[in-house]
Every structure is written in C-alpha cells, then in structure tokens.
Design a binder for this molecule. Structure first.
Ligand code: URA
Length: 224
C-alpha cells in the first residue's frame, strides 16, 4: 500500500484518536521536531504535549452519572470516573511521560516494562516488567512517546494482556507515530485505543520516524 494511502487508513481508523490539530499543538510539535531546539526547550515543550495527551486519554475513560450537593445547597447532576487507572511506561523513553500522568492523576500507580531488540533474532525481547498487582482490574495508560515499527509496543501490550488486562482497557499514548506502527498495533489488537499527537509520513531505513524528531529518549534525557 502506498505510504499516503496507509496514512489515510490509520488516520481514519476508529481506534486512533489524533489530538485536535490546533495552531498551538502544531507550534509545540514544530519546536520539538527542530534539530536546533536546545534540550531544556525540548523537555519543556514535550511535557506540554504529554499533558495534552494525558488529558485526551482521560476523556476516553468511562464515567457514571452522579449527583453532588454544592455549597449553595443545590444539587448538581454530573459524572464521576468509573474504574481505576494506572500508567505503564515502556522504558526508557516512556518514563518521560510519567510526570505528565502524575500531574493529572494524583498518586497514580505506574508500572514499567523494558523491552529491547535482540540483535541476533531482531525480536523485541522482554527484559523487565514491574506492574501493579491488581492491574487486571484497571484501565491502563500505556506510555511511549514514539510509535515507530510497533515492535516494542506489541510486546508490551502482550505483557499487559498476559497479566489479565482487558484489551479494550488499554489506551496507548504517544507524541508521534508512523502509519506502519499504527497499522501493526491496531491489526493485532483491534480493541485497544491509540491517542497520538501526529501521524508522520513513515519510517526511514534505520526505522526512525520521518520527518520525526530523532531519538526522543536521547534528546529528552540528554544522552547520545
Ligand atoms: N524512537 C525514537 O526515539 N525515534 C524514532 O524516530 C523512532 C523510535
């Protein structure tokens, strides 16, 4: 399938929720894509996009109707979140998104999964997973800033399912994604939802997202 057709397909996929492409979001994404952006600005503006992703993710959680009494003695008919949530970051880059989640959800539990590509088999190999013991009863916000090939995401999602998480209770948050990665994830897990900041053109020969922003983890954490 030509890249443009794949792009259109994933953009229109009901599981994929692209953040509203406001001028503000476009400006934030432009700053973090710029190779000349200094690290402090990269962190600051990435954090702002992460906050938008978390807020949008929370919009996709179910609610129940509830009544409260206001200080004026009136009754107000509103909603309350249904069910508990937790975060799970895919190390290392996903750890950059943990604070944004904590800023919105006080005392939120956050698990971690470390997956690395086995150089011999090219398979995404699980090295470490530490998850809340009751994760099976929670909605999970899975955190990874870049969805490129989908290899580590698919492995991480499988770990969640193996721990009893329901597929339709997983919200996968990322700043940028490649159509190839989205297609790989949604075709394998048709009930999970993806919340993303932008869908790029594709992947280059090194499997980096293009135009992309380079190596997110290195730019955020200041390593080479
Ligand atoms: N991870 C990154 O940090 N950047 C990419 O482009 C792809 C994966």
């Amino acid at each position: 399938m030509p890249a443009s057709a794949l792009h259109e397909k994933v953009e229109n996929h009901p599981q994929v929720h692209l953040l509203e492409q406001t001028q503000q979001l476009k400006a934030l994404l432009t700053i973090i894509r710029d190779k000349n952006t200094a690290r402090g600005d990269f962190i600051f503006y990435s954090d702002r996009i992460i906050r938008l992703l978390v807020e949008e993710g929370l919009n996709h959680l179910p609610v129940v109707e509830t009544d409260v009494e206001t200080p004026t003695g009136s009754s107000f008919h509103g909603v309350d979140f249904l069910g508990k949530i937790c975060g799970v970051s895919i190390m290392r880059a996903g750890e950059s998104m943990e604070q944004g989640l904590r800023d919105c959800c006080r005392s939120v539990r956050i698990g971690k999964i470390l997956i690395q590509r086995d150089e011999e088999t090219a398979e995404a190999k699980l090295y470490y997973a530490k998850l809340p013991s009751d994760i099976a009863s929670r909605y999970v916000l899975l955190l990874d800033p870049m969805l490129a090939t989908g290899g580590s995401a698919i492995r991480a999602i499988q770990v969640l399912l193996d721990h009893g998480v329901q597929e339709d209770r997983i919200l996968f948050l990322n700043l940028l994604c490649a159509p190839e990665g989205v297609e790989a994830v949604v075709s394998r897990f048709p009930q999970l939802q993806i919340i993303t900041g932008d869908i790029d053109a594709g992947l280059d020969e090194h499997k980096f997202i293009t135009p992309g922003l380079g190596d997110f983890g290195c730019r955020y954490f200041g390593t080479d």
